[in-house]
Ligand binder design. Structure first.
Ligand SMILES: [Zn+2]
Length: 387
C-alpha cells in the first residue's frame, strides 16, 4: 500500500544533490512512501498517484530526528538534585548511585513503562530513532536486563557497563573492568549493537584512557560497534582514543584541544554534542563552530538521563545549538537528523531520499527555521503513516 504525503510547504530531504543547501530543500513538495520506505520525492505538482493521500496543509516536513545518545532505562527521580544544583544549595541524594539503586530494585514492568513513556514522549516531538544505553544496572544480571528491555523499543542498544564504577567496587576499578569485559560483556553482547565507556580520567568513578581502551577492544572482539563518552569534564584522552579505534561517535566533546579537533576532522568518528547537558548543569557549551570550521561531522542528541539532563526534546537541543553554540538553523537540523544517522552508521535514516526509511516529522510551521525560532514550543511530531 502506498501513501502520498502532499501539501508540504517546505521539505527537508538532506539530499545535497537537490538545491544549494546541504538540507536539500524542496518547496511545495510531496513524498510517496510504500512498505515503510520513501519511493518518490519531488514537487507536489508532479507527484504520482497513491492508494492513500495525506495533506499536511502548508506545513514543513523534515526527516524524523535521530537521537543517537540517550539513557532511558532507569527508575527513581532526581528533581531535588537538579533544584539544589540550580539554587546552589547543599544536597547529597547519592547522585548516579541513587539511580543505580532504584533501577536494580525496580521490577521489569516499571522499567518497561518508564522506557515506553519516554520513547512516546520523544515521538510526539519528532524523534523517530533513539539509541538507548544501559548503565544503571552495573551488575551482570541488571545490565543484561536493561539491554533486553531497551531492545523492545529500539535496534540501537548500547552496553554501558563502564558508565561508572559501582559503589561495591569503589577503588577497585581494575576488578570492575574485568567484570565488564568478562561475564558482563558475555551476558550483554547478545542484546547490544554497541559498547560505550565513560572515559574521564579526572573523575574517580569513571575510566581512564587505558581502562577505556580495554573496554572498547573487548567490545569490538565481541562484535559490537564502538561509542565513547569523551572529554565531557576535561580534555582527556577520550576523543583521540575514539578516533584511533574508529568509534562511530565521540560524545560530549565539551573540552577539546586542537589535536582533538584535528583528529575528529581527519577521522570517521562523529562529534556528538549534547548541549542539554551544559544547559542543565550550567556549564560552558562545546565549541561547535571550531569543529565545523575544521570539517568534523557533528551530531546533536539529547543525552536524556535522570541526572545531568532530563530533556527528551531534539527541537530544544536544536534551539540550544543555534542560540548557545552559534550553529546555523540548517547546521543544527542537519546534525539532529543526518548527523545522528552518521553517528549510528545508519544510511537508511536521517534523510528523505528514495530508499530511506519513511521516518517523517511534521512541523506546525512553514519552515524548518521555526525549530530554533520558536524554542520550547511543541511544533514537531513524528508523522504516523497508515499500513
Ligand atoms: Zn550519556
Amino acid at each position: 500500500m502506498s501513501t502520498l504525503v502532499t501539501g508540504i510547504a517546505e521539505l527537508v530531504t538532506n539530499d545535497p544533490t537537490r538545491g544549494e543547501s546541504p538540507l536539500g530543500l524542496i518547496p511545495d513538495a510531496a513524498v510517496v512512501v510504500a512498505d515503510g520506505t520513501v519511493v518518490w520525492v519531488g514537487s507536489a505538482t508532479q507527484a504520482p498517484a497513491a492508494d492513500i493521500r495525506i495533506d499536511v496543509d502548508g506545513r514543513a516536513v523534515v526527516p524524523g530526528f535521530v537521537d543517537s545518545h540517550a539513557h532511558l532505562v532507569f527508575a527513581g527521580d532526581r528533581a531535588a538534585e537538579f533544584e539544589a544544583r540550580m539554587t546552589g544549595a547543599r544536597y547529597d541524594g547519592g547522585g548516579i548511585a541513587s539511580t543505580v539503586a532504584a533501577t536494580r530494585a525496580a521490577p521489569d514492568d516499571l522499567l518497561r513503562r518508564g522506557l515506553a513513556d519516554l520513547v512516546a514522549e520523544m515521538r510526539r516531538q519528532g524523534t523517530t530513532t533513539v539509541e538507548v544505553k544501559s548503565g544503571y544496572g552495573l551488575t551482570v544480571e541488571d545490565e543484561a536486563r536493561c539491554l533486553r528491555l531497551a531492545g523492545e523499543v529500539t535496534a540501537e542498544t548500547t552496553f554501558l557497563g563502564a558508565h561508572v564504577v559501582p559503589p561495591e567496587f569503589a577503588a577497585r576499578t581494575d576488578d570492575y573492568v574485568a567484570v565488564v569485559t568478562g561475564p558482563m560483556l558475555d551476558a550483554c553482547a547478545p542484546h547490544a549493537r554497541w559498547i560505550d565507556v565513560f572515559c574521564e580520567p579526572a573523575s574517580a568513578s569513571a575510566f581512564d584512557g587505558d581502562a577505556s581502551r580495554t573496554v572498547l577492544e573487548a567490545g569490538r572482539r565481541a562484535g559490537l560497534g564502538l561509542r565513547v563518552h569523551a572529554n565531557q569534564l576535561s580534555a582527556g584522552p577520550g576523543v583521540r582514543l575514539a578516533v584511533e579505534l574508529d568509534a562511530a561517535s565521540a560524545d560530549h566533546c565539551t573540552h577539546l584541544t586542537g589535536e582533538d579537533i584535528d583528529a575528529l576532522a581527519g577521522g570517521s568518528t562523529v562529534a556528538t554534542l549534547l548541549p542539554g547537558v551544559e544547559f542543565s548543569t550550567r556549564s560552558p557549551y562545546p565549541e561547535a563552530r571550531r569543529l565545523l570550521a575544521a570539517g568534523a561531522a557533528v551530531a546533536l542528541a539529547t543525552d536524556c538521563n535522570p541526572g545531568s539532563c532530563f530533556t527528551s526534546s531534539m527541537p530544544f537541543c536544536i534551539a540550544l545549538a543555534v542560540r548557545e553554540m552559534g550553529m546555523t538553523p540548517a547546521e543544527a537540523l542537519w546534525a539532529a537528523t543526518a548527523g545522528g544517522a552518521a553517528a549510528l552508521r545508519r544510511p537508511d535514516i536521517g534523510h528523505l531520499g528514495v530508499g530511506a526509511r519513511a521516518d517523517l516529522a511534521v512541523l506546525e510551521a512553514p519552515s524548518y527555521r521555526h525549530l530554533a525560532y520558536r524554542p520550547g514550543v511543541p511544533i514537531a511530531r513524528a508523522l504516523d503513516l497508515p499500513g
